[in-house]
Ligand binder design. Sequence first.
Ligand code: GDP
Ligand code: MG
Length: 444
Amino acid sequence: SLSDRLGGVFDRLRGRGALTEADVRGAMREVRIALLEADVALPVARDFVEKVTEQAVGQNVLRSVTPGQQVVKIVNDALVEMLGADESELNLGVTPPAVVMMVGLQGSGKTTTTAKIAKRLSGGAGGRDRKKVLMASLDVNRPNAQEQLAVLGEQTEVATLPIVAGQQPVDIARRAIQAAKLQGYDVLMLDTAGRLHVDQALMDEMKAVADIAKPQEILLVVDSLTGQDAVNVATSFSEQVPLTGVVLTRMDGDARGGAALSMRAVTGKPIKFAGTGEKLDALEGFHPSRIAGRILGMGDVVSLVERAAETIQQEDAERMARRMEKGQFDLNDLRSQLQQMRKMGGVGALAGMIPGMKKAQAAVDQAGGDKVLLRMDAIITSMTPKERAKPELMNAKRKIRVAKGSGTTVQDVNKLMKMHQEMATAMKRIKKMGGLKGMMAMLG
Ligand code: GDP
Ligand code: MG
């Protein structure tokens, strides 16, 4: 998997602060392979990797994750950003009828998706909105294509334009618009013919229809299993008609979702829906983070890094490391460690190197976890800044005051002070061993 690959690339990097250009380039070779395996078109993968390399170089590696994991997260975020916003809706805010035109290769799922969208808009047979929708098939190439849509219309309880034999697509389009206007439809869905491959006859037909119908939306329907050909398809269609969005079908299959990235990169248009089955309600909004997870196949790593990023403040970690170098550890340090313990549900990697910290964790767990941590936090909060920075100031009188202020007992305060004392001693020991670096060297 990508994570194994990146693990190999980054093994020699453990413990370094920032990602260097050489490191990132090494990792990006692996990312590029992962993208290609997920069916992202080659030029798109190449551009993407170039862009992400720039972003990644110089970024600090969060502690408690490996550099490889950090890179996966950076790649993931870039993917999500590039894939665009969640759930972009159809733009139907015009004087009715709003025309939605479906284009794409034969078998990509145009007719099915036409019915799915119509159903969703009309509220018929369990749909969501309440628009009056008319569907018309302009496919005069495939035998029974118009009948196919009529059947889907019955199933979804959406009106279809009556079939007139022998009419050409442009004439059907004209008739559909007329009917939609006269009969007060809100939305007219135009299902067009496809071809096995992009060819000029198809493109000319599409342009002629678009000229007449002036669609509000022109949606390119693409099979998500389209691999390297995705760039050709997207380029040809977007050069000929002003696309407004993309629908990816067959997302229920084993497509890794790379076509989504290719489509987005080439057309620059939002992916508005994902088809997830043959049934007429198998249509979903588009969720970039889901697709990114599918492309990388690294959902676990991403959430791990997210958790680490949320809970560990990088500055805090750096500050902590500096204080460890100097052998310093006051009650502010203890408090920030306790707070992290609470958020992470355990000691982090750096804090784990303080001998007393593991013991503290065990004590906390034994005494009931969160509640104890909150109590310790309350005690430190009740101290003055001076007391926090100079724990030796805490005499009997001050302890009584702090116990009262925090709603605890002097015994509780003593326990906390003892815990702190042990850790501060450990810190001094670390300093004697040559600071954090010395310790790491000793640990190998
Ligand atoms: P068109 O030639 O572009 O109009 O494609 P059709 O709408 O006729 O669809 C071709 C085939 O793909 C049909 O058997 C559909 O049921 C199927 N299909 C369409 N969308 C999906 C989808 O999202 N998932 C699955 N599994 N099948 C789909
Ligand atoms: Mg069709």
